[in-house]
Unconditional design. Sequence first.
Length: 181
Amino acid sequence: MKFVSTREKRLWLSVFSIIAAIYSTLGMVRNWLLFLENSAWGTGIFSFGCCLILVLLVTRGMTTLPRWREILTALGIGLVYLLILVNIERPDERIHVIMYGVVALLIYEALTERSIHGYRVLSSYLIAIATTAGLGTIDELIQLTLPSRVFDVHDILYDIVAAIMAVTANASLMWARKKAN
């Protein structure tokens, strides 16, 4: 694939790096999660990660101080994420929502960058969601070959939900930003 800009190249490299990290650590993740679950660090690290992603999402593309519409939209998005993540019982399922949400946003941004430079991209949102779902499915298929892991359709559904939430949150923030200006 020929990249249309340095930014697009960085975005795709970020996607590939995250996916490589996810796939290459599949055998070790269970031990890490057990350690985090049994220590006081788990909740703090997870909460910090959630806050960091929310801050990155909200401040992406920000050139001026946010107006009330943007602030209220960001708070609404944060509340929806909080409600969903609190109701997911297993930490490994929460991590799916975070990781694959980030992957979906990076794919969406890479596709948007490509379309800005004159290449036709039919629907960045749908492609980002479908690609993320495919990558999540591959994640689960790899787990079929690992003795310490199991294939779980619920994880694929969490990956799809994560992608939908991330691109919808992004669209909502972009809408609020346009309306505020």
